[in-house]
Design a protein around this ligand. Structure first.
Ligand SMILES: C[S@@+](CC[C@H](N)C(=O)[O-])C[C@H]1O[C@@H](n2cnc3c(N)ncnc32)[C@H](O)[C@@H]1O
Length: 230
């Protein structure tokens, strides 16, 4: 596959720098997700879409009642790392090397918890909405879908977001090598298609989720963690 998102995430070490320097707020989101998972008092199944190296989700799921973990990602290097990570969970586990949109449209299993982190925004709006329908169908009755995604802020469009994001690189991204900073800027410029919080809430409502809430936004209003109830 030669699409630019796939190519970018095949160089896993650049994304790993973002995790290590917490430029994408993995620490805060991981802590919230962990608290949510610890609160579940019965066995549950977990679907991790665009799981990457599964670092965030495995940390959130440790010592919880997770009964089965399924991860989906199209980056082979990320999945190789995920294989080692998920082995730490003492539950049934399956990893699929696949496009998550194709996985969802071809799947008829349901899951108690779904997490989709920093990936839906690569799709065009119509494809996001269609994926939201599949996400609702794939969330078990009474289940929960968590989504962590970049957001448009204050009526801005895609170009405004990219400009705002690039303008905020100085500081958080200073420790990165120049080549990594450039690759990240190019990736965001070329491939990110964020939506407003209102658009995400509306598309989830249309898909049939009964309630949506925001669990976290970062101080710069670049990202939001959503929780949708089926
Ligand atoms: C920004 S990383 C997020 C990883 C992880 N969810 C996290 O929050 O740390 C994006 C991941 O999504 C994967 N990805 C992006 N689009 C995808 C798609 N359409 N199908 C499968 N994986 C995808 C990439 O390979 C990468 O591992």
């Amino acid at each position: 596959m030669s699409d630019p998102v796939h190519t970018f995430f095949s160089q896993w070490e650049i994304y790993r720098l973002c995790i290590e320097h917490n430029t994408l707020f993995h620490r805060e989101v991981g802590a919230i997700l962990r608290r949510e998972m610890l609160e579940r008092n019965g066995p549950f199944t977990f679907l991790d879409l665009a799981c990457g190296d599964s670092d965030l989700t495995v940390a959130a799921l440790r010592d919880t009642k997770v009964a089965a973990y399924t991860g989906v990602d199209f980056s082979a290097p990320a999945l190789a790392l995920a294989g080692n990570k998920v082995a730490e969970l003492g539950c049934t586990r399956t990893l699929h090397e696949a496009d998550f949109t194709e996985f969802l449209s071809g799947n008829d299993e349901t899951f108690g918890v779904i997490y989709l982190g920093l990936s839906l925004h690569h799709l065009e709006r119509e494809a996001k909405r269609e994926t939201m329908q599949h996400l609702r169908r794939t969330t078990a009755p009474g289940g929960t879908f968590y989504m962590f995604e970049p957001i448009l802020h204050g009526g801005e469009g895609r170009e405004g977001y990219v400009k705002r994001w690039a303008g905020a690189m100085d500081g958080p991204y200073d420790p990165f090598p120049e080549a990594a900073r450039n690759a990240l800027r190019d990736h965001v410029t070329e491939s990110e298609r964020p939506e407003s919080i209102e658009e995400y809430l509306a598309s989830a409502r249309e898909a049939g989720f009964t309630h949506g809430e925001i669990l976290f936004t970062d101080p710069g209003n670049f990202y939001a963690l959503f929780k949708f109830h089926a």
